[in-house]
Design a protein around this ligand. Structure first.
Ligand SMILES: Nc1ncnc2c1ncn2[C@@H]1O[C@H](COP(=O)(O)OP(=O)(O)O)[C@@H](O)[C@H]1O
Ligand SMILES: [Mg+2]
Length: 354
């Protein structure tokens, strides 16, 4: 037997749409959140009659449908009107005023950003956006390092709704009172799904992702159980994808209990620290590694210094070791010939990024 003989042919794939298992996929239906979706929509509605909308603070544990709620609402909004501009910003990625303002420019197609200061750009976007209505969604808002930018949006943009999302319920209460009184938010909390809801959502996802009847019942129940235990739907979606891949690799025409169990084992090995457990210094270094995965520790250190880092190489390297222990990164020793040995650093994708 040849080593590739067990490859399934294209038309035998267990998946009909693997994209349906990506975390940023927005499914056709998003059940069990109708009330929350309506609440968010109600905050936006005044914008339809050229009045200012209400601002909203959304909180709730990770993996329970906050981001997908907003993406779904933005999708509907775009179909309904051109008069309201939806701007979605992931503040984990865009965490400074500069990055946020530049992202807004990019999303509204404003191109004259070269060599302009943040306040100048803010003035330009204010002029443009004040001719229309805007909904800002600042997702993972607790990651914003300079909250003044939120104040500027609240103060300068006239007809808008600002929606802030976070896993950290107390974040808003700790915000500067000047910003809070400007924002004057409504609150909306997402609660975790119960067992049946978890099951219902995952069932629909199986239907979108896999060919009919390939996911065996007992395998599916393992996925639901684990996802419910973790109170995080991403667990279930991750397990379905892993189990499917394992089954395909073994040229199985069904996804069986064994495949699901193996996927669970893989999940456990992902039980890594969340980056929130690290201090700011480590997080900055982690961000650097994330953007430059595969570079050597020495090269990363150069970039770190260029970015304004002020620690010695020894301290920097110690942080790398901390991150490695937390399984946020992996390192690899390579031989660089003359130059001796070097440590190459790889970013480890977190479960939430699959
Ligand atoms: N009610 C739902 N229906 C369908 N899929 C959902 C639902 N709630 C969450 N999901 C899915 O679960 C995953 C996690 O949801 P997400 O919105 O990213 O969580 P959060 O932003 O609360 O951390 C996403 O893949 C999302 O599509
Ligand atoms: Mg989210």
């Amino acid at each position: 037997m040849g080593i590739f003989d067990d490859v399934l042919k294209d038309n035998e794939s267990l998946f009909i749409d693997e994209i349906a298992l990506d975390f940023d996929y927005v499914p056709k239906e998003i059940p069990f959140r109708e009330e929350q979706h309506q609440y968010i929509a109600d905050c936006i509605k005044p914008l339809f009659s050229q009045r200012s909308g209400r601002n909203l603070f959304v909180s709730g544990k990770p993996g329970i449908g906050k981001t997908v709620a907003l993406k779904h609402i933005f999708r509907e909004l775009k179909v309904k009107t051109d008069g309201i501009i939806p701007i979605y910003i992931n503040c984990w990625k865009k965490d400074t005023s500069f990055k946020i303002v530049n992202e807004i420019c990019e999303q509204i197609g404003y191109k004259w950003v070269q060599s302009k200061r943040t306040d100048e750009l803010m003035r330009s976007i204010t002029n443009i956006l004040n001719k229309k209505q805007v909904v800002f969604c600042l997702d993972e808002v607790d990651k914003v390092k300079e909250v003044d930018v939120i104040y500027s949006l609240a103060e300068d943009i006239l007809k808008k709704t600002i929606i802030m999302i976070t896993n950290e319920k107390d974040w808003y209460a700790k915000l500067d009172s000047r910003i809070r009184s400007r924002l004057n938010v409504e609150y909306l909390e997402f609660k975790p799904y119960n067992y049946e809801e978890t099951r219902g959502i995952l069932k629909k996802r199986v239907g979108e992702a896999f060919a009919p009847n390939v996911f065996e019942g007992d395998a599916f129940e393992v996925v639901v159980k684990k996802s419910y235990e973790n109170k995080d739907l991403r667990t279930g979606i991750f397990l379905m994808k892993e189990a499917g891949n394992l089954a395909e690799m073994r040229a199985s025409r069904k996804i069986t209990l064994d495949h699901a169990k193996m996927a669970v084992l893989k999940l456990e090995s992902f039980k890594i620290k969340s980056s929130a457990d690290f201090g700011e210094e480590e997080r900055d270094i982690l961000d650097l590694i994330k953007e430059n995965s595969g570079k050597t520790a020495k090269d990363l250190f150069e970039l770190y210094l260029k970015d304004g880092g002020n620690k010695s190489y020894r301290t920097f390297y110690r942080r790398i070791e901390d991150l490695k222990r937390g399984k946020m990164i992996e390192t690899e020793e390579v031989n660089e010939g003359f130059a001796g040995r070097a440590t190459v650093v790889h970013y480890t994708k977190k479960l939430s990024e699959f």
